[in-house]
Design a protein around this ligand. Sequence first.
Ligand SMILES: *Cc1c(COP(=O)(O)O)cnc(C)c1O
Length: 826
Amino acid sequence: MSIFFQTGSLPEPLAGLATLALDLRWSWNHAADRLWRRLDASLWERESNPWMLLQSVSRETLETLARDQDFVAQLSQLLAERERYLQEPGWYAAARGADGPAGIAYFSLEFGISEALPLYAGGLGVLAGDYLKSASDLGLPVVGIGLLYREGYFRQLIDPQGRQQESYPGNDPWQLPLQAVAEADGSPLTIELLLPGRTVRLRVWLVEVGRVRLYLLDSNDPFNAPQDRGITAKLYSGGQEPRLQQEYVLGVGGCKLLEVLGIEPEICHLNEGHSAFAVLERTRFLAQKHGLDFREAWWVARAGNVFTTHTAVDAAFDRFAPELVRKYARAYTEFSDLALHELLGLGRADPDDDAEPCNMAYLALRGCAHTNAVSRQHGDVSRALFSRLFPRWPLDEVPIGHVTNGVHVPSWDSRESDALWTQSCGKARWKGDAADLHEPLCDLSAAQLWEFAGARRASLVRHVRQVLGAQRGLRGETRQHIAEAAEVLDPNALTLGFARRFTAYKRPNLLLREPERLERLLLDATRPVQLVVAGKAHPDDTEGKHLIEQWQQFTHRSGVRGHVVFLADYDLGIAAQLVQGVDLWINTPSRPYEACGTSGMKVLVNGGLNLSVLDGWWAEAYTPEVGWAIDGDGDALDAETLYRLLENEVVPAFYERDADGIPQAWVARMRASLSQLTPAYSSNRMLRDYVEQLYRPAATAYRRRLADGGALAHELQAWSEALQRHWDHVHFGEVEARREGEDWLFHVPVYLGDLSPDSVRVELCALPGTCLAMQRESAITGAAHGYIYSVRVGAERPQDDYTARVRPWHAEAVLPSECGLIAWQR
Ligand SMILES: *Cc1c(COP(=O)(O)O)cnc(C)c1O
């Protein structure tokens, strides 16, 4: 008997099962579920992982199914359908046009595609997973680059004292839905990476996500020293050096992998700063391939690099000690002919401060011409966080825009909501731009919507009982206590969901601020409320763990038993169950620390409503029609608002029924939230935004700079060198303002010294808000590059509001991102 399942060992008529099981499209397309169930119904219920199932099923079952005409016919139908999906052009085929990118590499330290592939810790990974899935649906030419963690992120257990315990069950890569990437001769493909004093070999694994390929690097190769074999063992653990090594493997190793695979993407998208070393390696590659020097190649690469920043706190940026970075940088500069000092400076606010650590977000921002935040409000926060890199620039001109995150709707909808949407909007609703799904949903009757809400709540209750029973069993609880799990929750009670990372800024315990008040709310005899809670705390986060203990204590109060359930080991599977079944999703972060937040978006398609702090995405999505909002005024006020909203608005809206038993006010909100917010907060919308706002201009600039042997990159480098060299000499003469009727006529003498007037722009500003280009009128006699600039403005504002400034200018540069110099008259 072979230990590992071999696809070759499937009976011939069933060979296609392996093809289906290895394509993670099964995580959102459930057409094949009925086949998987027939392999082993009880295992399927436990672990919806077709690849695992294939390895566990008996030979006998396989032989029987291979003789079952009907099964074989269904299989071939599914394979044909898959082929159609892979071949269909998708939205991008038509949307791409002449200038859309031909290839995008997406780098991320985590990918949350399915609970069957545990390569994620939380929101960042789930977003990356949803991104890949939407890229597949839309036909965007994306490849993902990540790491394979043998132990992944920890699994959570709650011990009898209510404390979180962590375990790291090993991931056997052969049991995960992955394929080892091999050379033509069948030997494993490996990537060689120089670390200080040694070479490390990286193995390569492939995950198929529909038509998108995700490649994972893995340092567990027998060639490597034991310590190096562990570089990719765990996600987010270990000290500074292991983390630096992981990020080095991801960024530099990831680029080398693309090179080996012969993939030359026009866009490299860094999902968070972890992969920022990629900007260096991409530059080195372009320099070598096109015979450019490093700085010219930097201009080319930077044009095609996109950086998405995901955090709202400075402390969350990865920073590495200078000695440590120097050690790795030395190994790197050996073959990149980049000066060590210059390389180290790229990750510092002050490049000349040798004591400053290397900030990976700074490196990413410097190496990417295009940087975005993940919600409108996070744009404001990020511009402030990065303002040190743009000294003397007004905050609102710090070059960071935003693309609000979204969720992959087909991954988060329930069977019931899928049916409802199919009935009203058709099967193909998420394929294109989902412009207007509003009307069709409005045709659904209130009774239909309310019945739908009841069905999904009942299904959540069933599921929670099952999971809770299993979890109690795992803790070795008494038979009676396990049996009681089958009676928790009421399928007719207002059901609140609350699941997130347990960390201070998320304030998971705001709802517990007045435990008696919460208890009264839950136990109301005629209007009962129930609550399902889940979440992990990072193993090093003592405060987060303490917050979990507080919830455990609350759930053990005798009165509330059965009304509140804490589910251990929050993951994609538990998240899906919760968002599909709850009536209301609660989120109470401390403003403005939620960069976006995506869990609340997952309830939208399922008809769940949101009650949340006006932070992250909710600050732009909320209207009184669709849900409820908390202002974000500090813990005490926010807790009071939360309780008051629940008591005075949410509960009445849910329980005030008309003659037919329908809560019209609640259903109206469901309808508004479903139809108005679902398309807007979908990852399809997010990807379309990335294409139009970032990828398209980035690809265009990249191509132009690379054309003609990098002529434009050469010109831009010369332009910026001249500016750097001479900028200190730029200064102003006396400003003159003359009143002419309703206008001011401003004249400003500007002395540019050795700089050509074509390399700058002179502007007159009244901040915030107004900046007008000034015209060059005449040369100042006797001055080298001295000119009078003028502009006419309406005289609504006093003359003193205005000041002039000089900024670098080049039609082909992305500014001020690529050159942040500026000189102010005052
Ligand atoms: C969606 C999701 C998250 C992120 O939720 P936030 O609201 O952004 O905190 C984290 N973990 C899991 C398992 C998820 O499904």
